[in-house]
Design a binder for this molecule. Structure first.
Ligand code: CO
Length: 144
């Protein structure tokens, strides 16, 4: 069958000081932020840095009870999750569930940039928190 994963949408990195991390990517790689957003429901602030057709997503908590705050306490800064682009988040999630994967989101929900997303638990994906990302039709990469 064809792969459900059409691209790497983003690699998410949890940081304590998002402004310092943004400056480091700019000064070190000349890689610039193309999108900033606070996702209030998740208690995070994100900065997207474009790398080809994908992004590095810098994440920092905005609340003590954010899961990213807990991650930083437990694991320190570093790789938090990988976002894979899929054509249809709902059908990809259904196939994962049917295959026995443990999911965090039972149904797709809104993500940043008007995407539709669902998280898959690292327990059944070899230790990696995975986010399925369906781009909104007006934000598809220009080459598609
Ligand atoms: Co993400």
């Amino acid at each position: 069958m064809d792969s459900l994963l059409t691209d790497i949408d983003h690699v998410a990195i949890a940081v304590h000081d998002i402004d310092a991390a943004i400056a480091w990517y700019a000064n070190t790689f000349g890689a610039l932020v193309v999108h900033r957003e606070d996702v209030v429901s998740d208690g995070i602030s994100e900065a997207l840095i474009k790398v080809g057709e994908s992004y590095v997503q810098l994440l920092t908590p905005t609340r003590e009870d954010s899961t990213v705050a807990a991650f930083l306490d437990r694991r320190g800064e570093g790789l938090h999750h990988v976002g894979y682009r899929v054509a249809d988040c709902a059908s990809a999630l259904a196939m994962l569930k049917a295959s026995g994967a443990r999911v965090i989101d039972e149904v797709p929900r809104p993500g940043s940039r008007a995407t539709t997303i669902a998280f898959v638990h690292p327990k059944t994906s070899f230790g990696t928190l995975i986010e399925l990302v369906q781009e909104s039709s007006d934000m598809l990469p220009t080459h598609q």
